[in-house]
Design a binder for this molecule. Sequence first.
Ligand code: ATP
Ligand code: MG
Length: 557
Amino acid sequence: MSDTNEKVMANNFIHNFIDEDLENGVYKEVYTRFPPEPNGYLHVGHAKSICLNFGTAIKYGGKCNLRYDDTNPVKEDTEYVDAIEDDIKWLGFQWTEQLWASDYFETMYDAAVELIKKGLAFVDDLSADEIREYRGTLKEPGKESPYRNRSIEENMTLFNEMREGKYADGEKVLRAKIDMASPNINMRDPVIYRIVHASHHNTGDKWCIYPMYDFAHPIEDAIEGISHSLCTMEFEDHRPLYDWVLEKVGFWPNPPRQIEFARLNLTNTVMSKRYLKALVDDGSVVGWDDPRMPTIAGLRRRGYTPEAIRDFCDRVGIAKANSMVDIGLLEYCVRDDLQNKVESRNVIEDPIKVIITNYPENQTEMVTVENNKNVPEMGERQIPFSRELYVDGADFMEVPAKKYFRLFPGNEVRFKGAYFITCNEVVKNDDGSIKELLCTYDPETKSGEGFDGRKVKGTIHFVDAATAVPVTIRNYGYLMIEDENGENVLNPESLVEKQGFAEPSLAEAEPGERFQFFRHGYYYADPKDHKGGVAGGDGPLVFNRIVDLKSGYKPGN
Ligand code: ATP
Ligand code: MG
């Protein structure tokens, strides 16, 4: 169990329930589990569940299992299993045990037999469609299956034959015998076993009957001695069945308690493994770890920190009411985490050449800039300044807008760390585009101190043209945007790649390092593509924008 973050868990209503249970001696220790189905990569919604389950165990000095919910006979993808483990560890958590639900198939079978023997389960020959018709509606009770009153012996024989493979898929099912008139449709004789002739990654062809989730999940929890089974709200109406299964099977004297919480929904984000897999499969993104993906792997490759994601989950909090969280909160959390941690660098994204006409040719001097304006202890560094520089396209306007204080013809600005500079002339190419800006500097103003006390309103950054290093800059937007009907659709401009210039020190950045690019945002040297993904490698310099610098978003309280 990790002790990385005691504060990962602000108190919440689940903890109040747990406190009660501990006080009343219902459970001696808190034991939770995180139960992913290994059919895709984890997303930020899963992060909420991970922080809750592991965070709760840490808070109470308890345990938390990683359990793969592999009761569906699909092919296991070891890629997913490896990714799930990497993601949980990267978030800062360590499971007590790593387990597979499919290891419990024999016990689940015994539990089903126990229900049959108690007259609480029966083999049904109705088709799936008929079962649906018989189920009734919220307003009308269901109808009992004509096979409901088979004898225990007959049910035992048929269920055994189901196991032995005598029947085709869908020909028979095993149903719990509860109450077709229950106001809770989940209690109307739910199916608990179905026939599926398919190989399972773990049990191979040993089984051709597989337990349904509502039957399997409580048993998985009980076998592991889970005390509190935390799940999302859509299972609230399934809780009576969860409790029914464990009570009626009766193998476990102190069954777990299911508690539901609201799932995480984020604006501009689709959180469904199925949907995300489709994006990967159809090439809409470069993979599960595409920096635009809401997967934990994607956020990691984008440059998010585990601290930021844990802080986000903590701020979102745990409640019963479903709500839509503004993705601005996630962005706020990563800015908040990085602002005092990373150094700043001068990078020009849309270069415009500047010639300082009164600066000597073939001269370079070093000027001093701070590494992080919030944290003086992070020190300063020297960057070159000379006659030919680059400034950012956004820092120049030939015809200035109102209240534009940066560079325009006739205006004087401060070049950060260097001199006051005045733009005198715009030189154009034949096609009308800007070739270069002719400027002059005031030698008396080094480090921006106007000797005569005159002030300039704008400060802009620059890089020295002769020593600049070319960088590839990947500016990410939201993968999903709303169309005119309010539907989430893919954003055609979710990636804008630029070729820019950086101060020379950025050539030393290794894959996985983070910086603030002055005025632009927080950036991450791509772990796979920057320098070919190798420290000291000689591939191109490639940076992902983690988040821009906008801080319009203010978290509520
Ligand atoms: P998806 O629908 O995206 O495939 P899932 O719920 O099917 O998600 P599982 O692998 O079954 O994925 O989920 C593992 C755990 O994570 C479950 O306990 C589930 O409740 C939880 N979880 C999944 N999505 C969210 C979410 N958006 N917010 C909170 N918890 C979630
Ligand atoms: Mg699922």
